[in-house]
Design a protein around this ligand. Structure first.
Ligand SMILES: Cc1ncc(COP(=O)(O)O)c(C=O)c1O
Length: 332
């Protein structure tokens, strides 16, 4: 991969980087095993931060280069991605239209107006609500056509910002992380993260392949089975590697785990609540109920089972989402 390719790709600076790489002494002591570090991508700085800021740097760059005046995207009602898209649009002076879908089994009350929905409203995004069984891919395509008919120039940001262009954000992020590991003198055996629309995991794997790094990446699924998630990651990883001109890693590098997301996307489970409370109490850190809470529950269990070795160093990628806590007060 040429660094020039990344440097020349249209990109709008949005994120506060490098995000910190922090040692978690109290969690490490509590686990009595591997050393745990947190890569603080919850601190990217854009309207409560999160992983989508890095993707949006490249997606917004692409939108502006195409002369677009509106960002349109899709997600669940409490989508962090949608909130980050609203913030990026506001920052660039663009309109923002959010097509948000009900989530089956999600709580009632605050979920319908607080958390990310409140922030979308503050940032001037227009929210359109859809039932849980709507086909959002088709809704997005048809709404884009409708906007064009009204003389607007929409840019369709895919679900989760997960296109090869969006994934470039995590190619850059992993270069940043590897440099930080050198600086502080650690050699992580694995990076653990929540994986949903797959752009973060695909971008990390593409960046690691480009750097010829052997660090294991463990994706904890938030919405689907291992086979389905691995297919999603693989396809986006191959497209991202093609864009970068990098040889994709072997399929064995793609690790997804579906043991921790049930009963379903956005619906709490007891291990998630425990993990959110543990990190808050032990480290003063805020996870979220949909992604990082379930991913942390997975990491804790993999430490417990020995899958993450006691003598290893682990980086947990904190992908943000704490605004979502305010949608789940009773469940937490
Ligand atoms: C807080 C948080 N973590 C993780 C993810 C998953 O990232 P990706 O969709 O790139 O797999 C998301 C996606 O919306 C998110 O909001």
């Amino acid at each position: 991969m040429s660094q020039e390719f990344l440097a020349q790709h249209p990109r709008v600076p949005l994120a506060h980087t490098p995000t910190p790489l922090e040692y978690l002494p109290r969690l490490t002591e509590y686990l009595k095993g591997p050393s745990i570090y947190l890569k603080r991508d919850d601190c990217t700085g854009l309207a409560t931060g999160g992983n989508k800021t890095r993707k949006l740097e490249f997606l917004l760059g692409d939108a502006l280069e195409q002369g677009c005046d509106t960002l349109v995207t899709v997600g669940g009602l409490q989508s962090n991605h949608a909130r980050q898209t609203a913030a990026a649009a506001a920052r660039a002076g663009l309109h923002c239209e959010l097509l948000l879908q009900e989530v089956s089994g999600a709580p009632e009350g605050n979920y319908d107006y607080n958390g990310n929905l409140l922030l979308n409203d503050l940032m001037g995004a227009r929210v359109h609500r859809y039932p849980a069984d709507a086909f959002m891919h088709e809704e997005l395509a048809s709404y884009v056509e409708e906007l064009k008919g009204r003389g607007r120039k929409p840019y369709a940001v895919p679900l989760g910002g997960s296109s090869p262009i969006g994934a470039l954000g995590y190619v850059v992020a992993v270069q940043e992380l590897l440099q930080q590991c050198v600086t502080i003198g650690i050699t992580p055996a694995q990076i653990v993260l929540a994986t949903g629309s797959a752009g973060t995991q695909a971008g990390l794997l593409a960046g690691l392949a480009a750097a010829r790094s052997e660090v294991r990446v463990i994706g904890i699924n938030v919405s689907t089975t291992t086979a389905a998630q691995e297919r999603k990651v693989r396809s986006l990883l191959h497209e991202t590697c093609a864009l970068l001109g990098v040889e994709p890693p072997a399929d064995t590098a793609i690790i997804c785990n579906d043991d921790y997301y049930k009963p379903s996307y956005g619906v709490p489970n007891a291990q998630m609540v425990q993990a959110v409370r543990l990190l808050a109490e032990k480290e003063g850190l805020l996870l979220d109920p949909v992604y990082t809470g379930k991913a942390m529950a997975g990491m804790l269990d993999l430490v417990d089972s020995g899958e993450i070795a006691d003598d290893s160093t682990t980086v947990f990628l904190h992908t943000g989402g704490s605004a979502g806590l305010f949608a789940y007060p009773r469940e937490l």
